[in-house]
Ligand binder design. Structure first.
Ligand code: SER
Length: 574
C-alpha cells in the first residue's frame, strides 16, 4: 500500500463515519504565539471553546484532515530513523459530535481492520491534580480486546500549544516497526480543559486548567511513520515517500557509491538533505521567505544545512543537486498540495543557495583569520556546525559554550524585537524607527570609512519598514563598495557596541563629532551627542537603541542618484 493510498483511505474512512474533509491549513498558523503549524488541531484551536461555530463554518461537528506540519525542536536529530522537520498528520476532530468511545473505536478499526496492523500496546492517563485517572479509556480498550494497556503520566497529557489553549489527557497507540521496536503511531487527545498559560507554565504549576463545556476530540497520526509501519520498512526514508529522491541523490555519487551506501555519515547527510529540502519547499510554497528571524530564519537555516551537506559529498554545484530533488517533490505532492507548483517560490530556494555560496567563500576567509564563531554566524551566516567541522579539520578549538551563550542572547533579542514589532504595529511605539535611527548613524560612519571621504548627511527618511539616507557623493557607489559598507555596519552591530548619549556645550561638541551634517545655528547652546564607541559621534536628538546588537541585520536594498552630487541608499533591518 503506497502513501497516497494510505492518505486517501484515512480520509474516506472518516468521511464514511460522518466527518467532513477539510484541506490542510498553511504552515503559517493563525495563532501569533505559535511559530509554525505543528499539529492538525492548530487550525481548529478556537473551536474547542466555541464548538457550535463549527456548524456554520464547516457544516459539521466532525472533521478530518491531512495537515502539513513543521516541528523544529528536534532538528539536530534529523538523519536518524524517525525524526523529520516536515511531516503530514492524519487527524480526526470532533467538537461535541462524539466522545471517547467513538474516538477510540474508530482508531482501533482503522489500524486493525482497515490496515491490518497489530497493536502492540496502548496508554492512558494516570491522572494528576484536577485531572482524574482516565478509567473510561482504559475500559474501552479492554472491551476492544487490547491486552497491553499501560498507565502513563505527563507524556499522555497533551497541550496547550502557544500561550494558552485547549488541552487534555490522551491515549496513544503503539505498533511494532520492522526492527521489532514499539513506535507511537496515533495520539488521541481528549480536550477537556482550557489552560490559561503555556505548557511550560502548566508544568511549573503556574497556569490553571478550567473544564471546557464540551469534550473535544483531537487525534493525530504521523503519516510518514504510519507508512513505514504499513510498508514494514525500518525507517521513513525507505518508504515510497523518499525512495525516488534517494535514487536521484545516489545517482550523483554513483561512481563512488560502493562503500558510501554503508557509510553512516553519508546515509545521515542524505537523509538530512531529503528531509530539509522537502520542508524548505513546503515553507516557501506557503509564502515564507528566508530572513534572519523567526520562520524565515528556520527556512534559511534549513537551506544552508542542505548546502553544507551537499558540498560534503557531492562534487557539484549544490543548485544542480537541489534542482532535480525539488522537481521530484513538486511532482509527488502537486496533487495533494497544489501550492508546491509555484515556480517563483521555488526559485527563492535557488537564489538563497546562491547567496549562501557567496557568503560561504567570504566566511571561509574570515574563519582562517580566526574570527569569533558568533560573528561568523551573525555576520557571515556561517552555521555553527560548519565552523565546528572546519575547526576539527584544522585542529582548532571552538568555545561552544560562549557561542551558545551569545546565541541565546541573540534569540532573546530577536524574540523581543518581533514581539515589539507586533506591539508596535498595534500601538505605534516606534521601536523599529528607533532602530533605523541608530542604523543611520552606523551607515554614515561606514560610508566615511569605506569611501574615505568627508561624507555628510543630506537627508534622511525613516519608517517602521525601511530607511532612506541621502549623502554627498559624485558618482554611483560600486556594488563591491556597497557590500563593504553593508558588511561594516553589520560588523558594528555584531560588536554589540553600547550607544551613549552625552549633553555638552555646542562648542565642545563640535570637537568630538565625526561629522557636521547640520546647520548648527538651529541648535541650542547645549546639544546632545550620540556616540557609538569610537566609530561614530553625531549631534542628534535621538531616540536610539541602547546597544547596536539590537539592530539585527542591516541590508542595503538600493543605491541611486537623487540630485547632482547626491546619492540615496535604501536599506532595511531584518
Ligand atoms: N495534537 C495532538 C498531537 O499533535 C494530536 O493531534 O499529537
Amino acid at each position: 500500500m503506497d502513501s497516497n493510498e494510505i492518505r486517501s483511505r484515512f480520509l474516506k474512512f472518516f468521511e464514511k463515519r460522518g466527518h467532513k474533509i477539510i484541506p490542510s491549513s498553511s504552515l503559517i498558523p493563525g495563532d501569533p504565539t505559535v511559530l509554525f503549524t505543528t499539529a492538525g488541531m492548530q487550525q481548529f484551536k478556537p473551536y474547542y471553546t466555541r464548538p457550535q461555530d463549527t456548524d456554520k463554518d464547516f457544516g459539521s461537528r466532525n472533521i478530518t484532515t491531512v495537515q502539513k506540519c513543521i516541528r523544529t525542536v528536534d532538528i539536530d536529530e534529523v538523519g536518524d530513523a524517525t525524526h523529520l522537520t516536515f511531516f503530514e498528520m492524519l487527524g480526526n476532530f470532533s467538537f461535541g459530535g462524539y466522545g471517547r468511545r467513538e474516538a477510540i473505536t474508530y482508531a482501533y478499526d482503522f489500524i486493525v481492520k482497515e490496515l491490518g496492523l497489530e497493536i502492540s500496546y496502548v496508554t492512558f492517563y494516570k491522572g494528576e491534580g484536577v485531572v482524574p485517572r482516565d478509567e473510561e479509556s482504559k475500559n474501552i480498550w479492554s472491551i476492544l480486546g487490547v491486552k497491553d494497556i499501560r498507565e502513563d503520566g505527563k507524556d499522555v497529557f497533551w497541550g496547550p500549544t502557544g500561550d494558552s489553549g485547549p488541552c487534555g489527557p490522551t491515549t496513544e497507540i503503539y505498533c511494532k516497526n520492522a526492527d521489532g521496536q514499539d513506535v507511537e503511531i496515533w495520539n488521541i487527545v481528549f480536550n477537556e480543559y482550557f489552560c490559561d498559560g503555556s505548557r511550560e507554565k502548566l508544568d511549573k504549576n503556574e497556569a490553571k486548567l478550567k473544564k471546557l463545556d464540551v469534550l473535544g476530540i483531537d487525534t493525530g497520526m504521523g503519516l510518514e511513520r504510519l507508512v513505514a509501519t504499513v510498508q514494514k520498512k525500518k525507517n521513513v526514508y525507505e518508504t515510497d515517500l523518499f525512495k525516488k529522491p534517494k535514487d536521484v541523490l545516489d545517482s550523483f555519487v554513483l561512481p563512488f557509491l560502493s562503500g558510501l551506501d554503508n557509510d553512516i555519515e553519508y546515509i545521515r547527510s542524505s537523509r538530512i538533505i531529503f528531509d530539509h529540502l522537502r520542508s524548505v519547499l513546503m515553507m516557501v510554497s506557503d509564502g515564507i521567505i528566508p530572513s534572519n528571524k523567526d520562520k524565515g530564519y528556520v527556512l534559511r537555516r534549513l537551506i544552508r544545512r542542505v548546502v553544507v551537506y551537499i558540498q560534503k559529498y557531492y562534487k557539484k554545484n549544490p543548485s544542480d543537486v537541489v534542482f532535480p530533488l525539488i522537481g521530484f517533490f513538486v511532482y509527488f505532492y502537486n496533487n495533494i498540495y497544489p501550492e508546491v507548483g509555484n515556480k517563483t517560490r521555488q526559485h527563492i530556494i535557488l537564489e538563497e543557495i546562491q547567496k549562501f555560496l557567496e557568503t560561504l567563500s567570504k566566511g571561509l576567509k574570515e574563519f582562517e583569520k580566526g574570527i569569533d564563531p558568533f560573528i561568523l554566524f551573525s555576520t557571515y551566516g556561517f552555521p555553527i556546525e560548519l565552523t565546528l567541522e572546519l575547526a576539527k579539520e584544522k585542529g582548532k578549538k571552538i568555545n561552544l559554550e560562549d557561542f551558545n551563550k551569545k546565541m541565546t542572547e541573540h534569540q532573546k533579542l530577536s524574540r523581543t524585537s518581533s514581539a515589539g514589532m507586533f506591539k508596535g504595529g498595534l500601538a505605534g511605539t516606534g521601536e523599529m524607527e528607533t532602530k533605523y535611527h541608530t542604523a543611520t548613524h552606523l551607515l554614515l560612519a561606514s560610508l566615511r570609512n569605506v569611501l574615505k571621504a568627508d561624507i555628510v548627511q543630506k537627508g534622511s527618511n525613516i519608517t517602521a519598514e525601511r530607511m532612506r539616507f541621502d549623502f554627498n557623493w559624485p558618482e554611483k557607489v560600486s556594488v563591491e563598495k556597497l557590500k563593504e559598507i553593508e558588511d561594516l555596519v553589520n560588523v558594528k552591530i555584531a560588536e554589540a557596541i553600547p550607544v551613549e548619549m552625552k549633553e555638552m556645550p555646542k562648542e565642545e561638541a563640535k570637537k568630538v563629532v565625526t561629522t557636521l551634517s547640520f546647520d548648527l545655528s538651529k541648535y541650542g547652546d547645549v546639544v546632545k551627542v550620540y556616540k557609538i564607541g569610537d566609530f561614530s559621534a553625531e549631534f542628534c536628538g535621538g531616540p536610539h537603541v541602547k546597544n547596536t546588537k539590537e539592530l539585527g541585520v542591516f541590508k542595503i536594498q538600493k543605491e541611486e542618484a537623487v540630485a547632482q552630487g547626491i546619492r540615496r541608499i535604501k536599506a532595511v533591518l531584518i
